[in-house]
Design a protein around this ligand. Structure first.
Ligand SMILES: Cc1cc2nc3c(=O)[nH]c(=O)nc-3n(C[C@H](O)[C@H](O)[C@H](O)COP(=O)(O)O)c2cc1C
Length: 188
């Protein structure tokens, strides 16, 4: 069965990002595609140290739990990432994760190539578009396929639970998730 990983970059296990991704997971499951939310909450994801060891060892030399996430991403056909916006950019740990995941992919068998997905940005008020664009850079340098929706994947919310009240934002990310699942199925 095809699978989509939804990676939450928030330190809040049950914050807005996790809640939004749980809703996206339901949409994907309704399309008949397996979906799993993985959270960076409780983890400290370091930045790439440019050791290039992944080219030889086929995994990241840093042992902070990211290799286990990479193993799951490898076996999936889709990858959606959700980020809380911090000072106008995606949270640092998430970008650390994306840069290392990308490095391992490029240094090994390019496992990200042709995976379907895209980013979702969540914020109280400002920096959504810039964060969304910043995360898109990861997708497009790694030969990935990003479907659109009727709007960009931006959701407003400050306190946990607020994001689910943003009806337009939730409609957009649900349509996007449905498109991800449909495309995964078409490509399989
Ligand atoms: C360090 C920090 C920086 C933040 N910077 C922004 C910001 O630039 N723009 C904004 O609208 N919200 C900002 N926020 C609010 C979060 O984006 C917002 O609460 C979001 O819903 C958090 O998602 P989460 O519940 O998944 O962690 C910031 C929050 C923190 C903790």
């Amino acid at each position: 069965m095809e699978k989509v990983i939804l990676l939450s970059g928030s330190p809040r296990a049950k914050g807005n990002t996790a809640q939004v991704l749980e809703e996206c997971k339901k949409v994907i499951a309704n399309e008949g595609v397996e979906a799993e939310v993985i959270s960076l909450a409780g983890k400290k994801i370091e930045g790439c140290i440019a050791c290039y060891k992944c080219r030889d060892t086929k995994k990241c030399s840093l042992d902070d739990g990211l290799n286990e996430i990479i193993d799951k991403i490898r076996t999936a056909q889709g990858l959606i990432v959700g980020a809380p916006v911090y000072f106008g950019t995606p949270r640092g740990d998430l970008m650390n994760a994306l840069q290392r995941i990308g490095m391992v992919s490029r240094g090994t068998d390019k496992f990200l190539s042709w995976k379907v997905g895209g980013p979702i940005a969540i914020a109280r008020r400002g920096g959504l578009s810039t964060s969304y664009q910043e995360m898109l850079m990861f997708y497009f340098i790694n030969d990935m396929i990003v479907p659109g929706a009727n709007y960009w994947n931006l959701v407003f919310g400050a306190q946990p639970g607020d994001a689910l009240q943003d009806a337009e934002g939730m409609d957009t990310v649900k349509q996007f998730s449905s498109n991800v699942a449909k495309l995964v199925k078409k490509l399989s």
